[in-house]
Design a protein around this ligand. Structure first.
Ligand code: 3HC
Length: 295
């Protein structure tokens, strides 16, 4: 398949990454089917797209008419078969757990047309292992967006052991069509490139707080004003979702060893359901909209 043949993109999972990817695809002119397992989740995803399109319009980054046209190109689905029956490419962005993703690919393989290309937005998991659940590992690769997808330029395109060169080229072309810059990841190793660098940084920040060597605010100030990062480590953890960072780290710890052991404070936040912006609290409190630090 060539990029000119791609008209319909199905995004599985309407969470923070899924709805953002759907928005980017719709803005690029593709017909988008956004699917999740419950209608409330789909509705929340579409509402988030509307919020983001409004923001981009207010900021003058896009025209109102383009925002409205993009929204019209997105349809919401719960039924998997209906969401994928005319899909040229499926981008999967369901929770970062191997067992959940494998179940999704089992169902997807049965529901999608043979020609459909599968791309996983996994942050860390083995693309080769996920592809092996399907009967099309040569038409399966990683397409890893960054949060928030509508603002972040990079897309990692990850080759599984059996991925065809033509699949990688198609997904790279698709990323370019979406206004992104693809970087090919040749080796399917845990965390790929970005998360091998970024997640240990977040973890080290968490260890500093865990061992009472620095406060959340002190760490974030140094990251912003000393390291030149656009956000502090904890602000970023809250933006990405503490659960997402924790699951990536946990997998890297399992696969790559002790130096990736997650700081316990991350696990406690996950257990408490304080996952960051999406739940209203994480390392900072978002209840009153100002992101003030949790005492
Ligand atoms: N859509 C539209 N607007 C959005 C938005 C979205 N999805 N998200 C935030 N905004 C809005 C904010 O609400 C704010 O609006 P306001 O001014 O009305 O309150 C505005 O954008 C802020 O935008 P600015 O351009 O003024 O702010 P910045 O210059 O700080 O840019 C940023 C925002 C691009 C998010 C920047 O802070 C940044 O680059 N942060 C780092 C993000 C990052 O590193 N992401 C990667 C995480 S790793 C990852 O995702 C991998 C995963 O596998 C773990």
């Amino acid at each position: 398949m060539e990029i000119e043949d791609v008209n319909v993109i199905t995004v599985l999972g309407a969470g923070s990454m899924g709805h953002g990817i759907a928005e980017v695809a719709a803005l690029a002119g593709f017909e988008v089917r956004l699917r999740d397992i419950e209608s409330e989740l789909v509705d929340d995803g579409i509402e988030s797209i509307e919020w983001s399109l409004d923001k981009l319009t207010e900021q003058g980054q896009i025209e109102r008419a383009d925002a409205d046209a993009a929204l019209d190109r997105v349809s919401g689905h719960v039924d998997l078969a209906a969401a994928v029956d005319d899909a040229d490419v499926v981008i999967e962005a369901v929770p970062e757990k191997m067992a959940i993703k494998k179940d999704v690919y089992d169902d997807l393989e049965a529901a999608a047309p043979d020609r459909t290309v599968f791309a996983t937005n996994t942050s860390s998991l083995s693309v080769t292992e996920l592809a092996a659940v399907t009967e099309r590992p040569e038409r399966f690769c990683g397409m890893h967006f960054f949060n928030p997808p509508v603002r972040m330029e990079l897309v990692e395109v990850i080759a599984g052991d059996a991925t065809d060169e033509s699949t990688l080229e198609l997904i790279e072309d698709l990323a370019v069509e979406m206004g992104k810059t693809p970087v090919r990841v040749r080796k399917d190793s845990p965390g790929f490139i970005v998360n091998r660098i970024l997640v240990p940084l977040m973890n080290e920040a968490a260890w500093l707080v865990e061992t009472d060597e620095a406060t959340v605010a002190e760490v974030d100030s140094t990251a912003k004003y000393g390291l030149g990062l656009p956000m502090g480590a904890f602000e970023l953890a809250d933006q990405v979702g503490i659960d997402v960072g924790y699951h990536v780290l946990d997998y890297m710890h399992e696969e790559l060893g002790e130096r990736y052991r997650p700081a316990p404070v991350l696990e406690s936040k996950v257990e408490a359901g304080d996952l960051g912006k999406k739940t209203g609290a994480g390392f900072y409190d978002y209840a009153d909209g100002d992101g003030a630090q949790v005492p």
